[in-house]
Design a binder for this molecule. Structure first.
Ligand SMILES: CC(C)(COP(=O)(O)OP(=O)(O)OC[C@H]1O[C@@H](n2cnc3c(N)ncnc32)[C@H](O)[C@@H]1OP(=O)(O)O)[C@@H](O)C(=O)NCCC(=O)NCCS
Length: 153
């Protein structure tokens, strides 16, 4: 059975970093293991892992104190576990946690990652805008948002 819970310990952090730096879109973005590990261990973020026994199948990183609060910084599922609903489960888990505090979820998706964008659109995310040449030249990051209401309500 898969459980989603907070990241625990350096071994799990390294496992997430390895998963991140060895898959698209981060290969194209050029994010190496050390950079990935720094992101996973960033104390300003919250990291949740999807685990089956002691195996990490995927993870999601949230920022609750960013420019846009309720920002999903990273979501990643191990290649062998993709297509079975785990990515959806991680995003929905993050939404539940974020919507307890704030009515918006934000995320960015790379222009060369149309399948992830499709997944977000299916989950109700709307395209906000295009950040051209944001991470690497020649590609864009698309800012997306899912909202359950205005901030002042
Ligand atoms: C995006 C991702 C987290 C989705 O996880 P998942 O467990 O496969 O997601 P689900 O099973 O809930 O949904 C599958 C949907 O995800 C999307 N998807 C995006 N990239 C995918 C991939 N490499 N393999 C399978 N599905 C992918 C598709 O829309 C797919 O729907 P489809 O089967 O109708 O094409 C996962 O594919 C992944 O880790 N990709 C690499 C990292 C990434 O792109 N992260 C998002 C950065 S913004």
């Amino acid at each position: 059975m898969v459980a989603i819970r907070p990241l625990a310990g350096e071994n799990e952090a390294r496992c997430c970093a390895e998963m991140m730096c060895s898959t698209e879109p981060w290969i194209t973005i050029g994010r190496n293991f050390d950079e990935s590990l720094a992101i996973v261990n960033d104390p300003t973020s919250e990291v949740y892992v999807a685990v089956e026994g002691d195996r990490v199948l995927g993870f999601i990183i949230l920022m609750m104190r960013a420019v846009f609060s309720g920002y999903i910084r990273t979501v990643c599922v191990d290649p062998t576990s993709r297509g079975g609903g785990l990515g959806t489960q991680l995003v929905q888990f993050a939404e539940e946690r974020i919507f307890r505090e704030t009515p918006n979820v934000f995320l960015c998706v790379s222009s060369f990652n149309p399948r992830a964008r499709q997944l977000y659109e299916r989950l109700g995310y709307e395209f906000v805008g295009e950040l051209r040449d944001y991470l690497i030249r020649g590609a864009s990051e698309f800012l997306m948002r899912k909202s359950i209401g205005p901030l002042r309500q």
